[in-house]
Design a protein around this ligand. Structure first.
Ligand SMILES: [Zn+2]
Ligand SMILES: [Zn+2]
Length: 144
């Protein structure tokens, strides 16, 4: 039986890792490559290492600290919880696991130049709580 390449216990996904290990180390299946085939913008090199960078943080939970690891994203959802029996919501810091707009990098193996891409640009939430705004330079856009 084929087993996860890390824990050697559970059945793996196509990437060779089981769901439990993927959650633990903040890994997701790599989406299709975003960058178009072509040479490095700086040195015309043809070989790259494609990496989805991850963010690492620690979340305190009662008496212990829990590691949180997730793919790096452009922005994160704030944690908004309705207050019980009282008016309004409680607002907490975003969590790295609630990110939107997963990032993807290509590092040129000749010169080390790094190109960044966003895996799902149309899914990036827009608003002051995300520190994002839409910039539209198309000729018929209302604001230019
Ligand atoms: Zn595993
Ligand atoms: Zn290069």
């Amino acid at each position: 039986m084929v087993r996860c390449k890390l824990c050697q216990r559970n059945p793996p996904n196509p990437n060779g890792l089981c769901n439990e290990c993927m959650d633990e180390i903040g890994v997701v299946e790599m989406p299709p490559a975003r960058r178009r085939a072509g040479p490095c913008l700086k040195c015309n090199g043809f070989k790259f290492v494609r990496v989805i960078p991850r963010e690492y943080t620690v979340k305190s939970h009662r008496d212990m600290n829990l590691a949180e690891v997730a793919p790096m994203t452009l922005t994160q959802q704030p944690v908004v919880t309705e207050r019980l029996m009282r008016e309004g919501n409680t607002v907490d810091a975003p969590r790295v696991v609630l990110g939107e707009g997963m990032l993807e990098t290509y590092t040129c193996m000749s010169c080390g130049y790094i190109e960044w891409y966003c895996e799902d640009p149309s899914e990036i939430p827009i608003g002051p709580e995300y520190m994002s705004e839409l910039v539209d330079y198309s000729p018929d856009a209302p604001y230019r």
